[in-house]
Design a protein around this ligand. Structure first.
Ligand SMILES: Cc1cc2nc3c(=O)[nH]c(=O)nc-3n(C[C@H](O)[C@H](O)[C@H](O)COP(=O)(O)OP(=O)(O)OC[C@H]3O[C@@H](n4cnc5c(N)ncnc54)[C@H](O)[C@@H]3O)c2cc1C
Length: 405
């Protein structure tokens, strides 16, 4: 098990924060991460999408259903188990974290909380087993931070819904068998509808020009008179944004936990490099400013892991009592805080680690170079950090202070 992850798991156990079952999840996460790594590195160098291979390994260990109750074919893990999985995979890279987040956090979390039994049977169970992949289709070319302005439409027709519009930057859009599409209707408002893959859903483009996250699949999809039977409405008409929020709450925790793994890997690489590289007649780790940078990366690790630990604690409490409005508020605040703190900390940690590698770090051949370009997206997706910071401030200031609206 990668040393810093192992140390973290042991420390959490020592402090009584995790159980023997959590340790078992950590072992599974470790096995999967080891197996994914080799192939992931190879495909990253070729700048190829690698989600199917990643998911094959995760499926083998049941980890695509880590957070899904056992009655729906999941492993029944809680928010802490989820965080441990994402932390370990973050060491491999945010490419794995991003794809898994859409499957296990965004889409499964929505189905778990809001789908009816029939929908759970048709979509949640196969998702948890890894027999079905789903995408979360919220963003559009003309809409991102403000989903209330989305333009994709649905009309009621022939006992179902006809959906038209474009969805942009959709993770796992190429491999998905079904999509949770957020779309609007003049009378019914913004709603969440499951659309099965067919000829009316077209992949218009693979977003290949991304700065990083090469192994993750990011697509532009068009829904051109796509049909969904009326049974595919999740929850009630007009609930769309509420449902999207449920997914994002779990998703932001997964991303934040992935960032802890990124920082662990950066710290590990920075320490090794500073012990080996010799300049001015001594190992660079013997220069004071190099030591300071290592210390700063460790501080960044503390910032991120402390925030994730607290967020996972509240998320677990909220999952046990989802009708409790106070728990919802506290969880929302702490998960948002963790997402902002951990993504910012990981971005800075990767920058510090590259500095310690010098010119050779400015390359995707080094783990720090890969983390540096991959982590950038996490400060934008699942709520841009700028908007989330305003949200955090308005939580503290109270009603009437929502500067982002
Ligand atoms: C790799 C990747 C994968 C993604 N995967 C998915 C996916 O699977 N599904 C999906 O639906 N979406 C996905 N997205 C889209 C992502 O969620 C959006 O990019 C994000 O919500 C920001 O929206 P935007 O890009 O339209 O930026 P905009 O909303 O146009 O914002 C541009 C800038 O303005 C700032 N801004 C906007 N409004 C305010 C405000 N009120 N106050 C202060 N600042 C503001 C933002 O912070 C940002 O810096 C993905 C994005 C990336 C990069």
């Amino acid at each position: 098990m990668e040393a810093l992850f192992q140390e973290h798991v042991t420390e959490l156990k020592e402090r009584g924060l995790i159980s023997t079952e959590h340790e078992r999840f950590a072992e599974l996460a470790d096995k999967a991460a080891e197996e994914i790594y080799v192939n992931e590195l190879d495909t990253y160098m070729k700048r190829e999408v690698n989600v199917k291979a990643q998911f094959e390994v995760l499926k083998k260990y049941g980890l695509l259903g880590i957070h899904v109750p056992k009655q729906y074919a999941g492993l029944g893990g809680d928010a802490i188990a989820l965080s441990l999985l994402f932390e370990r995979l973050g060491q491999v890279g945010m490419g794995v974290v991003t794809g898994l987040d859409v499957q296990t956090c965004l889409t499964e979390a929505i189905l778990q909380r809001w789908a009816n039994e029939e929908q759970k049977k048709r979509y949640l169970v196969p998702e948890a087993k890894g027999d079905k992949f789903m995408s979360f289709c919220l963003t559009e070319p003309g809409e991102g931070s403000d989903p209330s302005s989305l333009q994709t439409t649905f009309e009621e027709k022939d006992g179902g819904f006809v959906i038209n519009g474009e969805k942009y930057l959709i993770t796992n859009g190429s491999i998905a068998n079904a999509y949770i599409v957020f779309c609007r209707n003049k009378e019914k408002g913004i709603s969440a509808i499951i659309v099965d893959k067919d000829d009316h859903v077209k992949k218009e483009a693979e977003i290949e020009e991304k700065l990083g996250l090469f192994t993750s699949d990011t697509t532009l999809l068009s829904f051109d008179n796509a049909f969904a039977p009326k049974e595919n409405l999740i929850g009630n008409f007009g609930d769309g944004l509420k449902l999207a929020y449920t997914g994002l709450l779990t998703g932001r925790l997964g991303i934040a936990a992935g960032c802890v793994g990124v920082i662990e890997d950066c710290l590990n690489a920075a320490v090794s490099r500073s012990r080996e590289r010799v300049q001015f007649g001594k190992e660079i780790g013997k220069h004071q400013l190099v030591q300071r940078r290592i210390s700063v990366v460790e501080q960044q690790l503390g910032t991120a892991s402390g925030a994730v630990e607290r967020a996972a604690y509240w998320k677990k409490r909220y999952d046990d009592d989802p009708q409790n409005p106070d728990l919802r508020k506290t969880t929302d605040h702490n998960v948002t805080l963790a997402k902002v703190m951990a993504t910012n900390a990981a971005w800075r940690a990767a920058d510090n680690a590259i500095q310690l590698f010098g010119g050779s770090g400015y390359s995707i051949l080094t783990p720090v170079g890969r983390h540096y370009i991959d982590i950038r997206a996490s400060r934008i997706y699942e709520g841009s950090n700028d908007v989330l910071e305003l949200k955090l401030a308005s939580d503290l200031l109270g009603a009437g202070f929502q500067a982002y609206k």
